[in-house]
Structures are given as C-alpha cells and as structure tokens.
Design a protein around this ligand. Structure first.
Ligand SMILES: [Zn+2]
Length: 339
C-alpha cells in the first residue's frame, strides 16, 4: 500500500534525536526528512547510523535558492545555484551516502517572488510556475544526477505557486521523486485533511481535491516514486540550528505544546474518514513507491508519541479500514507511552 511512513521536521527543532528516532521506531515509522539550511548537522553520520539500526531512512533536506526572492526565469541565476548546490552535495551530502536528499526552490514557495519583478514571473504567478520550475530547477537536478546518479532526490514542492500548472512537472526526470506538500483545493490549496495553522480551521474534503490527488499520483505513472507531506500537527516551524542531543528537560518543553496536541487528537478523529479517503487514493497510485511523511516538528516527539500523529500513521498503514478500527488499533499502540 504505502511503502514508507514517517516525519518531516526542521532539524533544529529536534532536541534529542536518539529519543526522536526511538519513538518513530516504536510507531512503526521508517522515514524522516531532517531539514537544515545548507549543510547537514555535525552529528549527521551518527544520526544515520542510529536510524539505520532501527530501520529508519534519513533524508537530508536543504534549500536550493529557498528563503529569498529568486527569478525563476533567469538562466544565469539558475546556473549560479547549480554551482552552489553541486558544491554542497560534493562537500557535505554525497560523502554521507544518505538515503536521500530533499530540496525546495525559491520562487515556488509562499510569499517569495521574483526579485526583479519581471514580466515572465509576474505572469507565471497567475498561471502557475510549473514550467519555470522545470527549467530553473531542472538544470540543477540534471547536474546532480549526472555526478551522483545513485543519490536519491526528493523535489519537495509547496503547491502554492505551482498549483495551477503542476502537470508541467510531468517532464521531470522520473528518477526525481516529487514530494508534494499541501494538498490541492479547488482554487488554491486547502489544508485537508488537516489544517497547518495553530488554530485548526474546519475544512471539508472536496471531490476536486481527491481527484487532483489522484492525478498527482498518476503524473508519471509507474516510473516514479511519489511522496506527500501531510500537514496539520500542532507544530512550530523553523530551526536551522544543528540537530541536538543534549540534556534538555523534554517534559518542560513538551508542556508548551501539549494543548495543541490535545486539540489535534480531537480534530484528527473527527477528520479521520476524510484522511482515509485521501490515503486510499495515494495507496492506489501506480507509482512504484509511495511515501507519506507528516509534518511533526517542534512537537517534542522525542518526549511522547503523540496520539494524533500515531493515529494518522496507523491510518496510512492500511487506509481500507473503518475509522473506528484505526482508532482502536492506535489506542492499543499507545500503551506504554508516557502518560
Ligand atoms: Zn523573474
């Protein structure tokens, strides 16, 4: 069904990576994307070894022109980033022989616009930046693929600016695994099954969303791997600091966010039938491999296996069940968890 289930988190919001990975393992998760600005943490190799002993894949996320305005129509800028990215891969990532790298590209993210406000980009923001993305990022992907053909690559892409033209990505090398972030809505994107924001908004799954997820899953057929980042856990974004292994008081840190998790538990149970419907579509994708990771960051997963996330992981494991059955199994799994 769904081959890999796990987490996506900013590395700097992991306060104890051993306990974080231990708890992932207890929940039967096997993949984590750790996001850093532009280089892996000092303990990267140790984290990989520890993860691999638990059967967990470690994917390093870093930005390809992320976090600032960029002109996607500018070839020189694309070539400049090609140099930067291939340098980072050569110096930091390729030597680690990781389970994968994951990248995002500026200009495809919310609120990042062309720095020269050029006509091409201005038009593309209306019709979708998919074609520009394919050119801008495609040059970088091709260069990395040519030099490190065994390196698994995840093109992590917010739907925001790409939404209207996502089908343009069909021409990407199928060896590049698209990792869709945010689920589509009828016009822009909507946070279904879950709201991203701290205030859990009430959104309803629509047929058009289910249909678009299906088309995303079929975009490049059986030649590709397909991935989704599922949002909506009471997380706080950010954290470029190194992934840590220090003696934090996890209980105290955790208490800051517990009320969010409590709200999410109720929300996720209410929305579980909608989530299962989306997950069934993903599990029926013809893609040769399917991965779903949940955005669980700054949620102190290293302290407690929070019910909401464990419920969704369980739903992903077999979405062809009634919500009541998924809830029952999750409650069993929660035994032995910190109360
Ligand atoms: Zn531009």
């Amino acid at each position: 069904m769904i081959d890999h289930i796990g987490m996506w988190t900013w590395g700097g919001r992991v306060y104890n990576w051993k306990k974080y990975l231990d708890n992932m393992h207890r929940s039967g998760m096997d993949t984590v994307v750790l996001w850093h600005a532009d280089k892996p943490p000092v303990a990267a190799r140790e984290i990989q070894d520890y993860g691999h002993n638990l059967g967990i894949r470690i994917i390093w996320g870093f930005n390809w022109s992320w976090g600032g305005p960029v002109c996607l129509a500018n070839e020189a800028e694309s070539l400049r980033w090609r140099e930067i990215v291939t340098g980072l891969v050569r110096d930091y990532y390729a030597p680690l022989k990781p389970d994968g790298i994951c990248f995002q590209v500026g200009g495809t993210e919310f609120g990042t616009y062309c720095k020269s406000d050029c006509d091409v980009c201005r038009e593309a923001y209306k019709t979708g930046v998919g074609p520009l993305y394919v050119e801008f990022a495609g040059r970088i992907m091709d260069a990395v693929r040519a030099q490190w053909p065994a390196l698994k690559m995840y093109a992590n892409l917010h739907l925001g600016q790409v939404h209207a033209s996502y089908e343009a990505l069909q021409v990407l090398d199928p060896a590049i695994n698209i990792m869709w972030e945010d689920l589509p809505g009828p016009e822009y994107h909507i946070h279904v099954p879950f709201a991203y924001e701290w205030e859990l908004e009430d959104t309803t799954l629509q047929d058009s969303t289910v249909d678009m997820v299906r088309r995303m899953c079929e975009l490049r057929g059986e030649r590709e791997d397909v991935s989704f980042v599922i949002k909506g856990f009471p997380a706080h974004w950010g954290g470029l600091d190194p992934t840590l292994l220090e003696d934090f008081d996890l209980k105290v840190l955790s208490s800051t966010y517990q009320h969010k998790w409590d709200a999410a538990a109720d929300y996720c149970e209410r929305k579980l039938d909608q989530a299962l419907r989306v997950f069934r579509v993903i599990s029926e994708s013809p893609a040769r491999e399917k991965t779903v990771v949940m955005l669980v960051e700054h949620g102190l997963w290293e302290y407690r296996r929070h019910y909401a996330a464990e419920l969704i992981a369980e739903a992903l494991r077999n979405p062809f069940r009634d919500p009541s059955e998924v809830i029952r199994v999750t409650r069993e799994l929660q035994r032995g968890n910190i109360e």
